[in-house]
Structure formats: structure tokens, C-alpha cells
Design a protein around this ligand. Structure first.
Ligand code: GRF
Length: 210
């Protein structure tokens, strides 16, 4: 079996990245990690990935200033040098330009902590609570030009609890993110789910807490 070669791109602690590395540590998993890259040298996930023997790279976005495309070209060069087939954004906190999206079109996944298309952007848990939703969760989708937009590969949902605050909700959503992302990557990597135009072939993956 040839395993899809995956570059995971992070900005911070990298708990989703570690859930992907854990899943890919199984030789039967249809993908393997070839790189963990970050845009900040102090991203905690870099050391955690290196400790597991996964090659790491840092492309600091700051020296590039306002030239987002130049930063993305440097990041993409690292991903290409690792001969990655696919990019998993996992807590990568920079908006990507159409250049990067086109370069990795239909080969880049992202995880977002809401049930898209609700609550794109930041502070999703506080906004979900403020809106009074009954069900909240997370989404893995393909990367497109608009922020937190693109064909949905899978979603995981949980019921909001009475009196719950944003921190507690964030903790519970993060736990289901850690189940959802590997499940989606597996389905994607083995070809059980593909995208045609802007539609997924087959039903998106659906997980529910509990
Ligand atoms: C996750 O909630 C992810 O959905 C969001 O940023 C957070 C990153 O957490 N995009 P981690 O770095 O994976 O722990």
C-alpha cells in the first residue's frame, strides 16, 4: 500500500497535529507524516513533532512583512522539498492567499472549531454560546479562497450543556477535533472520499460525542 505523504502545518501547541501523528504511527493508516512546519519558531508543536522523529521546518512569516505570497512560496518550497502529496492545516493561524490555495488545490485540508458554515473566523465557542445554539462542534474541509470555506469532508458535533462557558466548550470540542481529523484524513488518503468541483463524492464523515 502506498501511503499519502502528509505535511502538517501549525502555528501553536499542535494538539491536532499530534492526533494526526498518533494515527499515522499505525503502519496500516493510509497516510504518513513527512513534515511538520510552522510559521513561528516558538510553536510548541515543533519540538513535540521533532521528539517523535518527524522532520520539522519553520518559515517565520514576520521577515516577509506584508508580502504574504513570498511567505507562502517559502512555506510551499519546504512542503515540496519534503515531497508531500497533501497539506493538513492544524491550528495554522494565518489566512492563506489564492496563490497557496491554487498551488495546493484539492490537496489541502483544514480543521475549524465550529460546525461550518456557522461561525467562520475566531472566537467560535463564545460566539456559539452567545447565539444560544444547541449543537456545536468542528469541521474538516478542503481549503478554498474564502476563510473557513470549502467542501466539507467531515464534522463532529456535541450538545451544548446548560451553564457551560467558552473554555469548557473549547475543551470538549478539541477532544472531538482529535477524533475527527484522523478519521477525515484516513477517508481522504485511501480515496474513500474525493472532491469533484466543489462537491464531495460520498457523504461527509459525521461523528457525535458520546
Ligand atoms: C484548534 O481548535 C483548531 O480547530 C483551530 O485552532 C486550534 C488549534 O489547536 N484552528 P492545536 O494547536 O491543534 O492544539
Amino acid at each position: 500500500m502506498s501511503r499519502l505523504r502528509v505535511a502538517v502545518v501549525i502555528s501553536g501547541r499542535g494538539s491536532n497535529m499530534l492526533s494526526l501523528l498518533d494515527a499515522m504511527a499505525d503502519p496500516a493508516f493510509p497516510a504518513q507524516p513527512v513534515l511538520v512546519a510552522a510559521n513561528l519558531p516558538d510553536a510548541g508543536g515543533l519540538a513535540a513533532a521533532a521528539a517523535r522523529g518527524v522532520p520539522t521546518a519553520c518559515v517565520d512569516h514576520r521577515p516577509f512583512g506584508a508580502d504574504r505570497t513570498a511567505f507562502e512560496q517559502a512555506l510551499s518550497a519546504e512542503i515540496e522539498a519534503a515531497e508531500a502529496d497533501c497539506v493538513c492545516l492544524a491550528g495554522f493561524m494565518r489566512k492563506l492567499t489564492p496563490w497557496f490555495v491554487a498551488r495546493w488545490r484539492d490537496r489541502a485540508l483544514n480543521i475549524h472549531p465550529s460546525l461550518l458554515p456557522a461561525f467562520r473566523g475566531l472566537d467560535t465557542h463564545a460566539r456559539a454560546l452567545a447565539a444560544g445554539v444547541a449543537v456545536h462542534g468542528c469541521t474538516v474541509h478542503l481549503l478554498r479562497d474564502d476563510l473557513d470555506d470549502g467542501p466539507i469532508l467531515g464534522q463532529a458535533a456535541l450538545a451544548v450543556r446548560a451553564g457551560e462557558n467558552a473554555d469548557g466548550l473549547a475543551r470538549r470540542v478539541l477532544a472531538i477535533e482529535h477524533r475527527l481529523y484522523p478519521a477525515c484524513l484516513a477517508a481522504w488518503a485511501c480515496g474513500a472520499r474525493r472532491v469533484e468541483g466543489d462537491r464531495l463524492t460520498g457523504a461527509p464523515i459525521a461523528l457525535f460525542e458520546g
